[in-house]
Design a protein around this ligand. Structure first.
Ligand SMILES: Cc1ncc(COP(=O)(O)O)c(C=O)c1O
Length: 473
């Protein structure tokens, strides 16, 4: 093996926030992985590398020690530092996804939300709330409070006791369900709640019903945990209970405001659904993602309240406050909460303490309620605008942050593409289907588009719809 000395291909950036020793170690690793530095090659001495880079010997020593520890370099006492052998087996390309994983297809427009905002596009893709109205002073106060809390060396996997009490009170007040802290587990959001259900309540290969069309992340998460998602039809009111298949261990549903068609599951259907679940021994997973936003009448109480032993309720602050906060809840019978908390402990799965402490203060001081009141007015204004402009085309209940606009299948692609050409981003139900779309149309989110963007989007959509629906039957 050649043992010649090489030039170290490194350059440190003092504007980079990472420590210099970390940058140096990263660059040596990258050079080895990419084959720029080869096995057996001798690295410059610590002294000359420090001089070359204009840093102290300590920086170089720290980086080398780390690289030694990880096995990237080896040294013989007094004879220098060499690129270690045996690195060839390290993976050079990303691990391949399993072909069977139902990963979301890429969105029709790959523009991220920030990119869309900067480009001045009207972004009506559903899923995002209006974070611009979050009271910054209250937000800062909450985080200062969080920073002042003592650090917990053994956090409770169910979440902080104070927050669990506050969430139980919030649910009693806002969603009309009677729960205590023993029913509440703090999660990082609905996706996390679904993952816990998939890992802890669904056995390998067990069947989990999901709404079709529906929230595509549910089948993706269940399948990733080894469950077998089964599409269950929904109509304009929600799940069609009479058609539910047998043998489901779990059933995911959005009864308050079906995603994406917007149905509100009527009480008789709720009763039939729970009777069916009881008979079948199926656990019902109720996603109450936007239950706090209703603009006409009070929301129907959560399904959970009708049968707390059979239903697991998932809630989130992603829509009511901001997805960035990463706080949600799972509400269930105390035994289920205990079972899932043991699982979380095993998986070392935590909800970080600081967002919990910040959320506690927001709840305690009534900031969340104030924010909800403000946002209900704002979203109601946006919804009125959409109904005024696109009313005859719209379908679904007046709740939440999106509306559904049914279209003939052949019109969907041209409308989505035509809108994008004019700077309006929308998605259609292919993004809400587990397999081929069974219902066709646009899912229009008004959470993150202001009234000016909505007016403009309505101009564009109105024109396109008149043209398209005139031409396509
Ligand atoms: C149906 C549905 N459930 C839940 C969520 C929120 O999920 P999370 O709390 O994981 O952000 C969304 C967000 O778009 C949603 O559309």
């Amino acid at each position: 093996m050649a043992r010649g000395s090489v030039e170290a291909p490194v350059h440190l950036d003092r504007a980079d926030t990472r420590p210099l020793s970390v940058q140096l170690a990263d660059q040596v690793r990258a050079a080895v992985t990419e084959g720029v530095l080869r096995r057996g090659e001798r690295l410059p001495s610590g002294r000359s590398l420090a001089a070359q880079l204009g840093v102290s010997r300590t920086v170089v020593n720290e980086a080398f020690q780390q690289l030694y520890a990880e096995g990237w370099v080896e040294g013989q006492h007094g004879s220098g530092t060499f690129v270690a052998g045996g690195m060839e087996h390290l993976p050079r390309k990303p691990v391949q996804a399993r072909a069977a994983d139902p990963i979301d297809p890429p969105p029709p427009q790959t523009t991220d939300r920030e990119g869309a905002r900067q480009a001045g596009l009207a972004d009506l893709r559903p899923g995002a709330p209006w974070v611009g109205s979050v009271d910054r002073a209250a937000w800062r106060r909450a985080w200062r409070h969080a920073a002042e809390q003592p650090l917990d060396d053994s956090p409770d996997p169910r979440g902080q006791p104070r927050l669990r009490v506050l969430i139980a009170e919030h649910l009693r007040r806002v969603r009309g369900v009677r729960v205590g802290p023993e029913n509440v587990m703090v999660t990082r959001g609905t996706g996390h709640g679904l993952d816990l259900v998939g890992a802890g309540l669904l056995g390998q290969g067990e069947r989990a019903g999901v709404e079709e069309p529906g929230y595509r992340k549910a089948p993706a998460i269940f399948a990733a945990r080894g469950g077998c998602p089964v599409p269950c039809r929904v109509d304009r009111q929600g799940l069609v209970v009479e058609e539910l298949p047998e043998g489901l261990s779990a059933l995911y549903t959005t009864p308050t405001h079906q995603y994406p068609l917007g149905g509100r599951l009527p009480v008789p259907r709720r009763e039939r659904l729970l009777a069916w679940a009881h008979e079948q021994g199926t656990t019902v997973i109720e996603d109450d993602y936007d239950g706090e936003f209703r603009y006409d009448v009070a929301p129907l109480p959560a399904l959970y309240g009708m049968d707390p032993d059979r239903v697991v309720l998932l809630g989130t602050l992603s829509k009511t406050l901001a997805p960035d906060l990463g706080i949600g809840w799972l509400v269930a019978a105390p035994e289920t909460v205990e079972h899932l908390s043991r699982l979380r402990a095993q998986l070392s799965d935590r909800t970080p303490g600081q967002p919990q402490a910040a959320t506690s203060l927001l709840l305690e001081r009534g900031e969340l309620d104030r924010h909800l009141r403000r946002m209900r007015l704002e979203y109601a204004r946006r919804l009125r605008l959409l109904k005024r402009r696109l009313g005859p085309w719209l379908q679904g209940d007046t709740a939440g942050l999106h509306v559904f606009l049914p279209l003939p299948a052949a019109a969907v692609g041209p409308v989505v593409a035509g809108a994008a050409e004019q700077g309006v981003l929308v998605v259609d139900t292919t993004h809400c289907s587990f397999g081929a779309a069974s219902v066709h149309g646009l899912v229009l989110g008004y959470g993150s588009a202001d009234t000016a963007a909505l007016e403009w989007a309505c101009d564009v959509l109105e024109r396109l719809l008149r043209d398209m629906t005139g031409n396509v039957t």
